[in-house]
Design a protein around this ligand. Structure first.
Ligand SMILES: [Zn+2]
Length: 304
């Protein structure tokens, strides 16, 4: 418990360093933020961010690592060229932002196939990701988040994340083969990983505990092991679920107030492979102002 990274999504309004102060105030030692409003495309110029204040505040309060959550408008599976281009540019900005703030990655909801099915869109999504990695700083990291699955949301099945990581790796090797002289970007595996959200997984039909919850789904821990996804897992969103197991719905709840059994949370959080991974709350908070000291305290308690 002593060295665990336990943090939360907090507001960065008023300056990036404010996010560090807000995290520290609720007892968090790592943090997630947005690079701007998650519901609008507009972003300010990267040169307007004050990183000097950010880094000194991080050092002073020992809040590290820092993750960026991408906006909600993105759809890398879109058939519409304009939306695809906007999505690409928004993610390019966030990867540049991640590099600027010396972050540990941007966490991305990839979007939806809108009824076309995973197989119809997956190659496009992989091509978009590799193009993004080529176009952005080497020290930026792209993390795919698992979804709850409703409305065709991509990557509710962990196999889909496995497929994308493999495919992007293949594509990067092909690029090195055909243009070894000019290929300047080392697309090593560490630039693409994933983030596991407990609420989304529960809603998608993955049990967090030891016992399989249904005949169809194993414990998610076994599934991550089977898919060899531990090395690529860079952070965990710890959220309870307002909806039932397998509901497909994405509605977060405060820890202990939702449907995920406490014993399952504890089993998952104290599993040996999870101990080193930063944990981030994205809960509504008791006062509906986002993650708070109460939820951080419960999470710390679960991690004992
Ligand atoms: Zn999440």
């Amino acid at each position: 418990m002593q060295n665990r990274k336990i943090g939360a999504h907090v507001s960065a309004s008023g300056g990036l360093y404010k996010a560090i102060e807000r995290a520290n105030e609720i007892g968090a030692n790592c943090v997630q933020l947005f690079s701007g409003s998650p519901r609008v495309w507009k972003r300010k110029d990267l040169s307007e961010f004050d990183t000097t204040m950010l880094f000194s505040k991080q050092k002073e309060l020992s809040v590290d690592p820092i993750f960026t959550h991408s906006m909600y408008l993105i759809n890398l599976a879109s058939e519409k060229p304009e939306l695809l281009e906007k999505s690409f540019n928004a993610l390019k900005y966030d990867l540049e932002f991640d590099s600027l703030i010396k972050g540990s990655g941007i966490i991305v909801h990839l979007g939806s196939h809108l009824g076309r099915g995973w197989e119809a869109v997956r190659e496009q999504v992989a091509q978009q990701i590799i193009s993004l990695l080529e176009a952005t700083p080497k020290d930026s990291t792209f993390l795919i988040e698992n979804s709850a699955g409703q409305n065709g949301k991509l990557c509710s099945k962990l196999e889909e994340i496995r497929w994308l990581i493999n495919r992007v790796d293949e594509l990067s090797k092909e690029k090195i083969d055909v243009s070894s002289d000019t290929f300047s970007v080392e697309l090593n595996k560490s630039r693409l990983g994933w983030c596991f959200d407990t609420c989304h997984a529960y809603a998608a039909g993955y049990a967090l505990g030891k016992e399989p919850k249904s005949l169809y789904f194993k414990s998610v821990l076994e599934e991550i092991t089977r898919l060899k996804l531990w090395d690529d897992l860079k952070c965990v969103h710890v959220n309870d679920s307002r909806d039932d197991f397998g509901s497909g719905r994405d509605r977060h709840e405060n820890i202990g107030f939702g449907n995920i059994p406490t014993e399952d949370f504890k089993y998952f959080l104290n599993y040996k492979e999870v101990l080193e991974i930063p944990l981030l709350l994205e809960v509504p908070g008791l006062d509906k102002n986002g993650p708070d000291a109460h939820n951080i305290a419960i999470l710390k308690d679960y991690c004992k």
